[in-house]
Design a protein around this ligand. Structure first.
Ligand SMILES: [Zn+2]
Length: 265
């Protein structure tokens, strides 16, 4: 298959969005880097100083659980002030305009919800780092209470049901959340335009969704700083700064992009 054409502005993407009946965005770390959220894969990432504890180690010892929480809070403190960026805002406009009923994200930062997309419409493949939950009953626990509890007792938190409390993210070695995977698949099969934003598409099952969309007849757009393994399957590739590329999208819904104008719609 021939590689999709590579462009450096938003005009073709705006046209494709207008032509489509249902858009599905799939976002990765690249949409949040301008917000100050560390990217797990970048070489100078703060994750390197606070590597996550694998799931089996978390389950195996109290010390590992305490250490997991220590690292979790150290990372949280680094991006406590993070606000949604221009890419998040553009996707929130698409959602508000009725073009994009839901989106899939690999991110755990909760910034899509903060940008105004209802929690129910954000499909989180790797969970959410802004709260915790019980591994047994699934009950929600707030991070502030967990942190205060650890400070007071020196012990990792546990639920009233006796279960272990863990950040609501998917750890290495932990099963992917089944409900989110099923919803992601269903959304992938119902869209006619699939837009990958800021994901290197190096990890499975992430990379399977764009290909599934493509096989199902949707058009595929990749918006990323770097090349990805799926470039050859894309109909359009936008290469550049994600915030710059997405910022003009959907500012004046209903108007058509003009090839000659460079100002926002
Ligand atoms: Zn519980």
């Amino acid at each position: 298959m021939a590689a999709g054409r590579i462009e450096t502005d938003w005009l073709s993407l705006a046209e494709m969005i207008e032509e489509s009946a249902e858009v599905l965005a799939f976002t990765g770390a690249g949409i949040s880097t301008e917000c100050g959220v560390p990217d797990f894969r970048s070489p100078d990432s703060a994750w390197k100083r606070h590597p996550p504890i694998p799931f089996d180690a978390f389950l195996a010892s109290q010390d590992a659980r305490l250490e997991a929480w220590r690292r979790k809070f150290a990372m949280d403190d680094l991006y406590a002030g993070a606000q949604p960026g221009r890419g998040h805002a553009a996707l929130a406009r698409l959602h508000a305009a009725g073009k994009m009923p839901a989106l899939i994200t690999q991110n755990i930062d909760g910034l899509h919800q903060r940008s105004g997309i209802p929690d129910a419409d954000v499909i989180e493949l790797h969970g959410n780092g802004t709260y915790a939950h019980c591994l047994d009953c699934g009950g929600r626990h707030e991070l502030q209470a967990v942190r205060a509890g650890i400070g007071a007792t020196g012990a990792p938190p546990s639920c009233d049901c006796g279960g272990m409390v863990k950040s609501a993210t998917v750890s290495f070695g932990q099963a992917m959340p089944r409900a989110a995977m099923l919803r992601a698949r269903s959304a992938t099969l119902s869209c006619d335009l699939f837009i990958v934003i800021g994901s290197s598409l190096l990890v499975q099952p992430a990379a399977s969704f764009p290909l599934l969309a493509k096989e199902n007849g949707a058009r595929l757009v990749l918006v990323n700083r770097e090349a990805t393994p799926l470039d050859a399957a894309a109909d359009l590739i936008l290469r550049g700064d994600i915030g710059d590329l997405l910022d003009p999208l959907g500012r004046h819904p209903g108007s058509r992009p003009q090839a000659s104008e460079k100002t926002p719609l």
